[in-house]
Design a protein around this ligand. Structure first.
Ligand code: NAX
Length: 326
């Protein structure tokens, strides 16, 4: 039997968590030979609901689920975690500006960073999902100085999955045969799904889809606004597809798939001229053990590069508005 892996999910009473926890516990995320301890955090006022979720997990009698630790104190719940999925965040309330949302969540992710720094396994991998996820991940990273910067991520995989689906649908291809379709930048409406480097059945997408206008306008806007469209239709934000994208992200990090995947990571010294201290989405590749590299030297045409710079600017503005917490 492999040693136990401790997986933390925050926002344990939310709708993403309800679509996520059971799939993790079943073994789908880390493999069917990997024993798991689940650590689940939510705020004190959700105590009863959290207890109910835990009862349900118990009643599933998952053979791999060896332990459940839960509560509202991050310093207790984060003890020794190996993978931290930070889903819990404050939603945008009525009349709330984006800036207010940033500030409200900044406080949460400052606390998450401090608690991870003190209590988590020093090699913990931290995936931030709660929005605005790139800036939240940056705050978390800055408040956890003992954990390597390369271990902090924000999720852009749902955007990549959405983009792949739309391309596959357009040309009636199998989604598996759409590759190298990376999303760059911020997880917001400025995100850039780079269709120019994508492959369909190993051919460059631009040789298969000749309708450049569709790619530059309808396709890009559809991906950038898909989240809002789902809220409009469902009256709730994406939950099952978001949980699915979390699982895809962790699988890509822990399996040697040999394929590009989109992940917002610490930009560091990158070959694209992006500010060195942001959490920015790039095409990445993993070594199969939780570590990744940014794919270097992808050729970006002026249209895509200009859009990437706009997304970078947005992230710099977000960073500026919370700089007192860094
Ligand atoms: P819900 O509102 O259903 O659940 C959020 C949960 O977080 C609640 O139970 C709440 O009590 C808890 N929470 C709030 N503050 C907390 C804290 N300080 N510590 C622990 N728990 C806390 O939201 P849900 O639909 O699950 O979405 C969660 C987050 O994911 C939101 O910020 C949402 O915007 C974001 N998303 C990010 C996506 C991405 O691709 N990065 C896509 C899906 C989703 O929109």
């Amino acid at each position: 039997m492999k040693p136990l892996k401790r997986v933390l999910v925050t926002g344990g009473c939310g709708q993403i968590a309800y679509n996520l926890l059971f799939r993790i516990a079943s073994g789908e995320m880390l493999g069917y030979d990997q024993p798991i301890a689940l650590h689940i955090l939510d705020v004190e006022s959700m105590k009863d609901i959290l207890q109910g979720v835990v009862y349900e997990l118990e009643d599933c009698i998952y053979p791999l689920l060896k332990e459940i630790k839960y509560g509202s104190n991050p310093y207790e719940v984060f003890k020794d975690v190996d993978i931290a999925l930070l889903v819990g965040a404050k939603p945008r309330g009525p009349g709330m500006e984006r800036k207010d949302l940033l500030l409200e969540n900044a406080k949460i992710f400052e606390q998450m960073g401090k608690a991870l720094n003190k209590e988590a396994n020093k090699n913990v991998k931290v995936l931030v999902v709660g929005n605005p996820c790139n800036t939240n991940a940056l705050i978390c990273m800055k408040n956890a100085p003992d954990i390597c910067k390369k271990n902090f991520f924000a999720m852009t995989r749902l955007d990549q999955n959405r983009a792949k689906y739309q391309i596959a649908k357009k040309v009636n291809a199998d989604v598996k045969n759409v590759k190298n379709l990376a999303v760059w930048g911020n997880h917001s409406t400025t995100m850039v799904p780079d269709f120019t480097n994508a492959l369909i059945n190993e051919d460059n997408l631009l040789t298969v889809i000749k309708d450049g206008e569709w790619l530059k306008t309808s396709f890009m806007q559809l991906i950038q606004k898909r989240g809002a469209e789902i809220i409009q239709k469902r009256q709730k934000s994406s939950a099952a597809s978001a949980a699915n994208a979390i699982i895809d992200t962790i699988k890509s990090l822990y399996n040697k798939e040999g394929e590009w995947f989109s992940l917002a990571v610490h930009s560091g010294k990158n070959t694209y001229g992006i500010d060195e201290d942001l959490i920015f989405s790039f095409p990445c590749i993993s070594d199969g053990s939780g570590n990744f590299e940014i794919i270097n030297d992808v050729k970006l045409n002026d249209f895509i590069y200009d859009k990437i710079k706009l997304s970078e600017n947005e992230l710099l503005e977000e960073k500026n508005s919370i700089c007192h917490l860094l």
